[in-house]
Design a protein around this ligand. Sequence first.
Ligand SMILES: *Cc1c(COP(=O)(O)O)cnc(C)c1O
Length: 494
Amino acid sequence: MKYISTRGNNQKITSAEAIIKGLADDGGLFVPEEMPKVDMDFIEGLRNLSYQERAVMVLKQFLTDYTQEDLEGCVERAYGNGKFDNKDIAPVKALKDVSVLELWHGPTSAFKDMALQLLPQLLSTALGKTGEKNEVVILVATSGDTGKAALEGFRDVPQTKIMVFYPDNGVSRIQRLQMVTQKGGNVSVIAVKGNFDDAQSGVKAIFSNQGIKAQLMEKGVSLSSANSINWGRLVPQIVYYFSAYADLLNKDRIKAGDKISFVVPTGNFGDILAGYYAMAMGLPVNKLVCASNSNNVLTDFLTTGIYDRNRAFYKTISPSMDILISSNLERLLYHITGDANKVAGWMQQLAEEGCYNVGPEVLDKIKAVFAADWSDDEATGKQIADEYSKEKYVADPHTAVAWRAAEKASGIGETVVVSTASPYKFNESVLNALGHDINGKDEFTLLDELARVNTDGIPAGLAGLKGADILHSRVVDKNEMKNVVFDFSINTKQ
Ligand SMILES: *Cc1c(COP(=O)(O)O)cnc(C)c1O
């Protein structure tokens, strides 16, 4: 199977090449040329398999240039070795009204691990397959979660190094601790004086600096990013939609062929798009419900067909969804229309005017699959309290946004709420919602306090931060970032 750009240049490449390149030369995103199809026998065949085995079955539909052994190795290194604290990797908890698909049992306690544990393995294998000799240096600017998940995923992966920049004053204490205690022989973590935009614009400037890229190329180094538009980050997420369906069959919650709905807390549209791929492949899906916080640009788009990012930006208690440009939507528009020229036009309008309108025909096709809803912080907090009193389930704010959308939706059948973060990761907002007094308490006190209400214990990755050695303490000015990247790329050999 070959991969093509959503914007229609005539590049056709393998999945390994698409994972190395990240973005197509015309600025588009790589998509599979055709949709692989599976039947109910395939899905029933997943029932008695481990998550790792299910992953290989699904991944090989798309990554046809990887061998069975390649995929088994990648999946084992990503999800094996006790890196996840639940043997089911992505367990489904069947509750009274809904089931909850928990995607946060990985090393950093949030759903980014599902993709960022596997992407580095797929990339490292791709380098071997394509004969690429350069070392790849991954640069990440982070406002918190992605940086840590990328560090854990890339640590000690052959032929790669990773450097993460975070804003000196822009991450929570736990997030900072998670990063500055990061172990691994190929990692570097640097604080940038300023806010997230300073860190991000610094990284972007390095990516578009042809001079430094050429100098690094001479030294055998390529720069790359781990952001959510890479095909290697999307494809791992398709697996858990199939896995959840197989688990619901095993729990007798549904019968083979029954259609189910997924409600997904959405930011960049990567997670929910993976659900769309699963459905397009043949998974019986009724609706995919896109749940947003007050940054409800997607709710508006999915109900009116008008995408308009010209609006106020809100900082919410579900910060991983505080996004106004959902990059992966581009892939959906391509699959729905099959028209790369149209997609390129809309993306140009988005870049120039911040707005585009797909019109009624395209909107109808989208609405046949997707529904949308949103919650503000107050409603989200109330949802956390309600689910705790009704189900004794402690949900994080992102999950609560989805849960509320699931409750408000009608006629969508058996429903899976996709849970994207451990409540411990957002302990302050969760405890606040549950009516605890959080004033003046430090992060570790809050973790302990939450452990007294939650049946699940504190995840090892968070508990272990107390007293962990600080391994990265460098703080730089934005204008020093280029030199820091250069020195790290050519000096510290693995
Ligand atoms: C990234 C993230 C999301 C949003 O996922 P997208 O793929 O960007 O839509 C939701 N919840 C949490 C906790 C996240 O980290």
